[in-house]
Ligand binder design. Structure first.
Ligand code: FES
Length: 98
């Protein structure tokens, strides 16, 4: 199974493909705020993908729409509640400005 590395904590965890990054981060014992229950509505789970971005599930229309509304979005941005792990290792950065 692929490994998820979470920054800045440095926590690592093996994660089954298909698991959302939000679920994986919380299961690994790190903290990430979710105000909408993972519905791509609050934007609180905005993260940067530093490695392995192409192995994640493709962004959905609701995810694109929410990212368009957020401040500080870059080409590395994903909503952790929408992005699902693929077959490759991923490094995710939890943003300090969120
Ligand atoms: S938890 Fe609300 S957008 Fe991801």
């Amino acid at each position: 199974m692929p490994t998820l590395t979470i920054l800045p904590s440095g926590i690592t965890s093996t994660v089954a493909p298909g698991t959302t990054l939000l679920a994986a981060i919380l299961a690994a014992g790190d903290k990430l705020i979710s105000k909408c229950g993972g519905e791509a509505k609050c934007g609180a789970c905005h993260v940067f993908i530093n490695e392995g971005r192409k192995s994640l599930s493709k962004p959905t229309k609701p995810e694109h729409a929410k990212l368009d509304e957020l401040v500080g979005v870059s080409s590395k941005s994903r909503l952790a509640c929408q992005a699902q792990m693929g077959e490759e290792d991923v490094t995710v950065e939890i943003l300090s400005f969120m």
